[in-house]
Design a protein. Structure first.
Length: 482
């Protein structure tokens, strides 16, 4: 009996173990197709007990395990390595999709790892509560993956990242044991906070099977404003003014051509504002009371000061939804831009305008005429930066500049005191880059934590940690702290 047959017998459900070539290939490839891997099988447990059974079997037979949620990783963190066919399984958590409890009194919700963000948001809303996390992939992103990558999204400016939403975690360890840390306490100063080690660990320490999440008051009233900026120098003063508001719920910056392509090619709608400016800021204000008058006052004062040259204040729920649908569609906009090299950068607040200026100049030196698509979360310093091939340019010639583009972008980000991964994680894509971002002692401490949880290296091999053969970490370049 081979491993696939043994796992099917163990779970007593033949359909729980998938070996069909087409289905397996889909599970073994990230959604952008950059990291095709191989595996023995895709295993789909339906309970925590079954996850434990599978993990104990894999530990006993030396099989490595790649936990997988919605497989929407942008850095290849949810797929097996290319040589995984002989001894790797992909463990799908999609079958663990129950909302176990919603407790409005304790302002908490317990959901399993396979629940989508959309389902969790719906369960919270049904109890007259809200979840702090929101992002465009809410219909496909699953809780386990959101926790494993410490997801960010558009609500970070008010609620923080996924790390700030999690009260407790249940996880299956590499030896098949369950750690039940599903506590709903707001304060627990009784030792190391193990859940925080699992959050952002990209499935390398344990398999998250459920989590207790913090609930928030519902945003009963909201209003969104879209502001056309005078120029890039207005980004910071406008952001500072908006950040002063206690009702600010989201703060995004967007380029004109991204709005245009999103409207024309993805959303199929009319452009909601004249695209005569290069940069736009979209902000949502939300709270228990109507906010339209306050939003109009802020927009009006910014117009009077000349920082903003045009403004749209959503006057209906439908118009507000449309504005955010345009913003949500920025990822599929890339399909209309040819080949691109995409970066997920983070710099201290206030550092985005200078970063954009320096990156633009550096990219133009490497690939004159390249199309730059930059947007992101202005309230937390997160820039999604894409360098796309020049219009009508040769894709093969553009691809040849990939290494030089990445080196230039990373160096500028590090010099600004930033990080090359704000919310997407490291995955397989950025493993070697960590050698430039983190000092030797930090990488060593991380390896010690990995060895304490997973001494045999069974969970998510070749993810997060720099290749051992890459040599020691280099010294960190001088940084301009702001």
């Amino acid at each position: 009996m081979n491993h696939e047959q043994a796992l099917a017998a163990l779970l007593r459900r033949p359909a729980a173990v998938v070996t069909d070539a087409d289905l397996l290939a889909t599970a073994c490839t990230d959604w952008r197709g950059w990291f095709p891997g191989t595996a023995l099988a895709l295993v789909r447990p339906a309970s925590v007990v079954e996850v434990c059974d599978v993990m104990r079997y894999c530990a006993a037979h030396g099989l490595t395990v790649v936990p997988q949620g919605g497989n929407s990783s942008l850095v290849g963190g949810s797929v097996p390595p290319t040589d995984g066919r002989a001894g790797t399984i992909v463990l799908s958590l999609g079958g663990l999709n129950r909302i176990r409890a919603v407790d409005p009194r304790s302002w908490s919700l317990v959901a399993e790892a396979g629940c989508t963000l959309d389902a969790i948001q719906g369960a919270a809303a049904a109890a007259d509560r809200a979840i702090g996390l929101d992002l465009g992939a809410r219909g496909t992103a699953q809780l386990g993956g959101l926790i494993a990558t410490n997801a960010g999204g558009m609500g970070v400016v008010r609620y923080g990242t996924m790390r700030d939403q999690v009260l407790g975690i249940e996880a299956v360890l590499p030896n098949g044991e369950v750690w039940n840390g599903l506590r709903c306490l707001r304060k627990d100063n009784s030792g190391y906070d193990l859940k925080q080690l699992l959050i952002g660990s990209e499935g390398t320490l344990g398999i998250v099977t459920a989590a207790a999440l913090r609930l928030h008051p519902p945003e009963r009233h909201s209003v969104t404003v879209l502001l056309a900026l005078r120029d890039a120098a207005a980004i910071n003063p406008v952001a500072d003014r908006l950040l002063e508001s206690n009702s600010l719920s989201a703060l995004e910056f967007m380029p004109a051509f991204g709005i245009r392509i999103a409207c024309e090619c993805v959303v199929n709608c009319s452009v909601p504002i004249a695209l005569e400016s290069e940069w736009f800021i979209q902000a949502r204000f939300a709270g228990p009371n109507p906010l339209e008058a306050a939003a109009e006052d802020v927009a009006g004062s910014l117009l009077e000061e000349g920082l903003v040259v045009d403004a749209v204040v959503a006057t209906s729920i439908a118009q507000e939804r449309l504005l955010w649908e345009i913003r949500d569609s920025f990822s599929p906009v890339h399909r209309h831009l040819g080949h691109s090299f995409r970066f997920d950068l983070s710099v201290p607040l206030g550092g985005i305008p200078e970063l954009l200026s320096e990156l633009g100049a550096a990219v133009d030196r490497v690939v004159p005429g390249a199309c730059v698509f930059a947007f992101g979360h202005l309230g937390d310093g997160n820039v999604h930066y894409s360098v796309c091939q020049p219009p009508d340019g040769d894709e093969a010639a553009f691809r040849a500049h990939g290494e030089a583009i990445e080196e230039a972008v990373n160096e500028i980000c590090w010099a600004a005191g930033g990080s090359i991964s704000a919310e997407h994680g490291i995955g397989r894509l950025h493993r070697a880059d960590l050698l430039r971002q983190k000092p030797v002692i930090e990488l060593e401490l991380q390896r010690r934590i990995k060895n304490a949880f997973d001494p045999r290296g069974l969970l998510n091999p070749e993810v997060l940690f720099p290749p051992q053969a890459a040599g020691p970490a280099r010294s960190i370049p001088d940084q301009k702290w702001r």
